[in-house]
Design a protein around this ligand. Structure first.
Ligand code: URA
Length: 259
């Protein structure tokens, strides 16, 4: 990258962070006319931010890719083989009302995987997870980490849209579980972030409420797992965004990503 590209990259990342953080109520961008500068400040009611907290996240995206040339581990499935095994799935009743299976998106080399709940209407129509309003917020969260959707992997616990976006039912979760497990096995990521109750409870086999699960490192088959709130919940309860940002900062630390 030359200097101009590097600067453009840094500005794009700074913008993404400020968009998410401002949205999150973590900080507001305030113009100080006397000093003619802009300062990141805590919104009223929040704790004062340290400089490190308030400032831009700068991460090299390459830091998020495993060595693309590294051979896959023998005996492990690939994303393609898991998808092929799923086929035009009719294992549960969700197949009757879906438009399409929403398998997952992102890099097969990702070190970081986000697991959500189930596709909504926008995802069912587009075939890509997290593209609706909650998805746009997830994208901002990822970008605030200095990353992009292309360098991580994003999927759901259940691959077909439940009618009217109702919660997935136990038989549906059970039918789809082997495919989520297969994806995680294929990816061999270093960190899994579960978004919301269903993903955390499905992978951890733990019925503890998400409000108590979130923010505490767990392990799924030897992989570090951070449960956090679902972005759809954050859209309803924006005051909780600071907690999620704290969880994501833990993830960045674990992955050795620069803030
Ligand atoms: N909510 C989810 O959990 N997954 C999506 O793909 C979209 C919304």
């Amino acid at each position: 990258m030359n200097d101009t590209e590097e600067l453009a990259h840094a500005v794009a990342e700074a913008r993404a962070y400020v968009m998410w953080a401002t949205d999150a109520g973590l900080c507001i961008l305030k113009s100080d006319s006397s000093a003619d500068n802009e300062e990141l400040m805590r919104a009223p009611g929040n704790q004062p931010a340290s400089k490190a907290e308030g400032h831009t996240v700068l991460v090299q995206e390459s830091a998020l890719h495993k060595d693309a040339a590294a051979p896959g581990k023998p005996g492990l499935p690939t994303l393609a083989s898991v998808r092929a095994e799923m086929g035009e799935c009719t294992r549960c009743k969700l197949h009757k009302c879906r438009n399409q299976i929403v398998f997952g998106v992102g890099s097969a080399q990702a070190r970081l995987v986000f697991v959500g709940e189930a596709p909504g209407e926008d995802e069912d129509l587009s075939g890509e997870p997290f593209v609706g309003k909650a998805g746009q917020l997830l994208t901002k969260m990822i970008e605030a980490m200095g990353l992009s959707r292309d360098t991580v992997y994003i999927c759901n616990t259940v691959k077909c849209r439940p009618p009217n976006n109702r919660n997935p039912e136990p038989d549906e979760l059970e039918s789809c579980e082997p495919f989520l497990k297969g994806q995680l096995k294929a990816l061999q990521a270093e960190v899994i972030v579960t978004l919301g109750r269903f993903a955390a409870q499905a992978l951890l086999r733990d019925q503890t409420p998400i409000s108590r699960l979130r923010g505490i490192w767990r392990e799924y088959e030897g992989v570090a797992l951070m449960p956090t709130f679902h972005p759809a919940y954050l859209l309803r309860s924006p005051g909780e965004k600071a907690k999620v940002w704290g969880d994501l900062q833990e993830v960045m630390k674990k992955l050795g990503l620069r803030k």
